[in-house]
Design a protein around this ligand. Sequence first.
Ligand code: HEC
Length: 175
Amino acid sequence: MPDLRSTTVATTIAVAIALALAMILSACAPSPATDSTQATIPSAVAFTADELPPIPQLDIDRVEQGQIIYGQYCSSCHGADLTGEPNWKVRNDDGSLRPPPHDNSGHTWHHSDQLLLSITRDSSDLAESRMPPFGDSLSDDEIMSILEFLKSVWGPEEREFQWRVTWSEQQRTDS
Ligand code: HEC
């Protein structure tokens, strides 16, 4: 565990992240009561961290490689156009979750690189998930290429949000 008391800044950021994650997690829970398809940017992440480095440039070769791998391993469930399964917010009859979109309309961009890598490699720990782990068929590097491809279709606000979450998590794990 990092020592969060080391600086006030670290504590402030940690609180903001905790709030943000709580909001994101609650936003992820499928709600049959709503069929809104447009995700909104959670406001709790509007904390300012002056040190936030610029968003890393996308590597075009990696984007192309990721698009090919996505087509082979992911598009059958998440859609060739990244829009997920129709009515993805509604559960299947057996209670399992439907594959969500990976474009702006989903919530993939709410999560850090680290979390997206681990969900894809090991599958999520959600009991209602039917997504298989890909750690046996894809290397971490190949999964990161898929993420690079997904980033290339997100809008500027989604990209910045996801970079913020990724960078913040890096600070916590590095400290
Ligand atoms: C057999 C269908 C299936 C395939 C193939 C599949 N997924 Fe999923 N995926 C799901 C389902 C169902 C969920 C929702 C349950 C969950 O979150 O675990 C999901 C959720 C996810 C999530 C978490 C939700 C989010 O948007 O943040 C990520 C990330 C993800 N998939 C990435 C991938 C990637 C990358 C591939 C290809 C390597 C892939 N999936 C292939 C079915 C699939």
